[in-house]
Design a protein around this ligand. Sequence first.
Ligand SMILES: Nc1ncnc2c1ncn2[C@@H]1O[C@H](COP(=O)(O)OP(=O)(O)O)[C@@H](O)[C@H]1O
Ligand SMILES: [Mg+2]
Length: 367
Amino acid sequence: MSLIQLNLQGIRNLAPVDMAPSPQVNLIHGANGSGKTSLLEGIHILGMGRSFRTRQLKHAIQADAPHMTLYGRLSGDPEVALGLRRLRAERELELRLRGQKGVRLAELVDAMPLQLINPDAFRLLEGSPAGRREFMDWGVFHVKHEFLDAWKRARRAVKHRNALLRRGRITDAEMSVWEQELSESGERMDRLRHTWFSAFLPVFEETLARLIGVDSLGLRYARGWDVKRSLAEVLKAGRESDQQMGFTQQGPQRADLRIRVGKQPAIEVLSRGQQKLVVSALKLAQGRLLESSVGRRCIYLIDDLPAELDAKHRALFCELLEQMQCQMFITSVDPDVLSRIWQAPTRLKMFHVKQDDQGIGRLSVDG
Ligand SMILES: Nc1ncnc2c1ncn2[C@@H]1O[C@H](COP(=O)(O)OP(=O)(O)O)[C@@H](O)[C@H]1O
Ligand SMILES: [Mg+2]
């Protein structure tokens, strides 16, 4: 599955984009500030309903434009058309999928699995567990859609339980309702995450070995509560302490992927460069597992790769991507450092983004 047509209107500084990408490598180059990241951002918004640069989508709408309108066509039999429009004045997204209006965001996300690799993603190990949870849940969702329902139920239950905790005087009956809901959905999330993790681990280890050798690096899934007790027990026993803290301290909302070298957290031992390679392996393994488990290929959005990896590891990383036969959009200030990596028969298309004197970025095909 790959994007065979892409139209972006009203994104950041970009003039309307009408692009026919290569099913494999798309290299987007241009000076700083020309609009390369904005192009990736447009694809990301189309596939995820949110930006990776801002929490408020309206900031990604072109200054003075009334809306952003994004459209893509995905290869397949039949082809899949997806569209997203966001008016400046309205928070609601208008989504379209296969000619249908009013679809849910999860359907769009499902239609176009995306993996983003940018400077923020490279900080996955040092960042909070939320980022790693999101990473893991992407994988679980794309393999098992029922995960979304459990995730939503758990999120709602945590919200209600926290509200009760902060309210002070709480009755056992009130608390039990949300604890039961949370323990049911949380246990279900744990089973699904656990199954995903068991499949993910060997793929990750194999991928990592091809990028870099790190002795005794261990990846572990932590479910977010005591392994010896059920979530129902943990919640009940933890009420008093949770009330003091003002929030639910254990549960699926605290799950994490723990990465250690020997007994120490990886971030305390690995160099920045090594950390980036571990993150690269995580990201690539995610796509490889998707392919081997459900036979789907995700699209990789990779921002400014040469700035992140050295020449040797860049080449290894690109070789892995190439073998996965995924479609990728890679940005770079300098086109030469990347274009030489790929050779026929890999289909490489190069695009150039150039800013005009009004600051508008225009995309053109090279060659
Ligand atoms: N909402 C907006 N409307 C118009 N231009 C914007 C908006 N937000 C950012 N820009 C401009 O878009 C340009 C492109 O940014 P970016 O895509 O990050 O460039 P690159 O990745 O090529 O360095 C920047 O010059 C920035 O000032
Ligand atoms: Mg950029």
